[in-house]
Design a protein around this ligand. Structure first.
Ligand code: 0X9
Ligand code: ZN
Length: 604
């Protein structure tokens, strides 16, 4: 007996498979009573790390249970991040319950021996709801194995509302949802009409530091992000898509299964749409094994449970790691330690001004509209090791439209991919300061930075909720446009003369325009265009400047344009030379003098 056991262990090691240390069995599906027993078993084995809670009651009065896993299961600790996994919105999707139980079992089993997971879990409260729909689950075990909805009596001889069409965001669209009570996707009488959905909604709302949400379904092998109600991209789609593609590669690395990031239909009133819209924390739907199978796909053989669970564990753990760590990060305000959230709404204002990251600055500090400045971004790596392939995305946005990064109106200034040594690293990007005003007419813009690493991803687009996102508000200076200097010219000669002006070269950023005078022939009124004698002379002499009769005085405007890169307050000399060229045949000699103006680049 002993030698047989040794042989099994050896085979497992050769195959590179970690011998599972969990205490639950996944040889077959857990019945509803079996789920309760499993939770009790975990709680008994890990009393210091677990608590069993009832988060709500089903339409038929059954408790909806959650297992809380944390270092302090008895108290709700707002300093810890909340990570929520739920399963079995849909009654027949039994394999989702197994995933939820397996995740709990593995986290608890690995906690003592895995230092990193241990540290992660000590910063979190992980909540696992294995059965959102207990009435439906029971019904699939005693009456109809392929029942999907809950067990609401619709009062017309039909039963059941689809809990995954009853969430209150974009509820009631006939987009993959139905208003017919008999339908498998009946959305209910109103948003949140179903107590099971209300229970999860209220449970999420009561979390003080929600980090992410995962809802397990089956089947098809998909890893889905919001939106579900439409095929259009949600705000923050790139953030969600990065998490999604990481998850898909982690899943594939286990047993080679390729989960798809898309589904072929839309569905409104769905859970992750509500969570992303309402809480702006990562929310995903995993459709577990198998890939194909008609109605039988909801009842894969029990031998599929363990591989399905195994391949979905690493992506769940990655989310847990993201939720727990600062890793690579940026400060939201001076004194920010990376703690999340770095600022909370206190009713009358924010606890910290999270739009003042000291890690984002410009050279020069004064931002003239249209000027190209250096934007410096400092990124911290507190992992103690070099982190390779860290991407830093830098945006600016109209803060009156959104303070999330990315957001649909944000403009990407640049992206850098870096190998980040431990400590602080500063990168520099060129930024063309926006001209004009924001949507509120203010000279006010916000630069946002999003830092992503395979082992430390942002789970939100909200600055204050993630140490991976920082922002800083900037005030721009109106464009320094132009100044007009009038040059007076008097013809003191006793013949008509051409006035010519010359301006000495100016420093970079300054330029001069001297408007060209009208060229001869000069119209002298209808009906005949006659030429004055001096105009005729001017044409003969190919004169280009203004023509003055003897004794005549004119003002010639000289426009000085001041470029955006000229710092406010800069002064320069404008040296203008003037000359009179008498309109007489022969060699024309210039007679005249010049002036120097002191120009100052004040704001206009
Ligand atoms: O239709 C559903 O509720 C889910 N599929 S299932 O077969 N388990 O019923 C998919 C919901 C998520 N849908 C999208 N993200 N489009
Ligand atoms: Zn489902």
């Amino acid at each position: 007996m002993k030698s047989v056991f040794r042989l099994v262990a050896l085979v497992a090691c050769i195959a590179g498979v970690q011998v599972q240390a969990g205490i639950l069995s996944f040889a077959d599906y857990h019945t509803p009573a079996g789920v309760d027993a499993a939770l009790t078993q975990l709680n008994a084995a890990y009393p210091a790390q677990t608590a069993i809670l009832t988060v709500g009651t089903s339409i038929q009065g059954r408790p909806i249970k959650a297992l809380k896993i944390s270092g302090s299961p008895g108290v709700d600790d707002p300093s810890k991040g909340d990570v929520v996994f739920v399963a079995l919105h849909h009654a027949r999707e039994w394999i989702s319950v197994e995933m939820a139980l397996y995740l709990a079992d593995e986290l608890l089993a690995r906690y003592p021996g895995d230092a990193e997971l241990h540290a992660d879990m000590d910063r979190l409260q992980i909540w696992i709801v294995p059965v959102v729909n207990p009435d439906g689950y029971l019904y699939t075990t005693n009456t109809d194995r392929y029942w999907r909805k809950n067990r609401r009596d619709n009062g017309d001889g039909t039963f059941g509302v689809d809990p995954n069409r009853n969430w209150g965001f974009q509820w009631g669209l006939l987009s993959g949802a139905s208003n017919m009570t008999s339908s498998e996707t009946y959305y209910g009488t109103g948003p949140f009409s179903e107590p099971e959905v209300v229970a999860i909604r209220d449970f999420l709302a009561a979390r003080q530091n929600l980090k992410c949400f995962m809802t397990y379904h089956s089947y098809s092998e998909l890893f889905l992000r919001p939106w579900s109600y439409t095929t259009s991209a949600p705000p923050g789609a790139t953030t969600l898509a990065s998490l999604q593609s990481r998850a898909i590669s982690r899943i594939a690395a286990v047993h080679g299964e390729t989960y798809s990031p898309t589904i072929w239909y839309t569905s409104s009133g769905e859970a992750t749409d509500y969570v992303w819209n309402q809480h702006r924390v990562a929310a995903f739907t995993t459709e577990l094994r198998p890939t194909l199978g008609g109605i039988g796909g909801f009842a894969p053989p029990p031998a599929q449970i363990l591989p399905s669970n195994e391949e979905n564990l690493p992506s769940a753990m990655a989310l847990i790691h993201d939720a727990a760590r600062t890793g690579v990060w940026i400060k939201d305000y001076t004194g920010d330690t990376g703690q999340e959230p770095s600022a909370v709404w206190t009713g009358g204002g924010w606890s910290h001004a999270f739009w003042e990251s000291p890690d984002i600055s410009t050279v020069p500090a004064v931002l003239n509209q249209g000027a190209t400045v250096n934007l410096n971004v400092t990124v911290h790596n507190d992992t103690g090791a070099t982190q390779n392939n860290v991407t830093v995305d830098v945006y600016y946005t109209d803060p009156r439209i959104s303070l999330e990064f990315p957001n649909p109106v944000a403009v990407l200034i640049g992206t850098r991919t870096l190998n980040l040594a431990p400590g602080d690293t500063t990168i520099t990007l060129a930024w063309v300061v926006p001209t004009g005003t924001n949507s509120w007419g203010e000279l006010h813009w916000c630069v946002g930075v999003v830092i992503k690493h395979d082992r430390d991803m942002p789970l939100t687009t909200q600055v204050q909720k993630s140490s991976n996102i920082g922002c800083r508000n900037f005030q721009t200076q109106p464009i320094l446009t132009s100044a007009i200097v009038f040059v007076a010219a008097e013809n003191y000669l006793h013949v008509a003369a051409e006035v010519v002006l010359h301006v000495d070269p100016l420093p970079e950023g300054w330029s001069v325009i001297i408007p060209h005078p009208p060229e001869p022939p000069y119209p002298e009124g209808p009906p005949l265009v006659r030429m004055s004698p001096s105009a005729r002379k001017a044409r003969l002499l190919n004169a280009k400047g203004a023509i003055l009769e003897p004794g005549q005085t004119i003002l010639i405007p000289v426009r000085v344009n001041i470029g955006p890169n000229v710092a406010v307050g800069t002064e320069t000399d404008l040296r203008i030379h003037g000359a009179l060229l008498p309109l007489i045949a022969g060699k024309r000699e210039a007679a005249g003098n010049g002036y120097t103006f002191r120009l100052s680049a004040d704001r206009r």
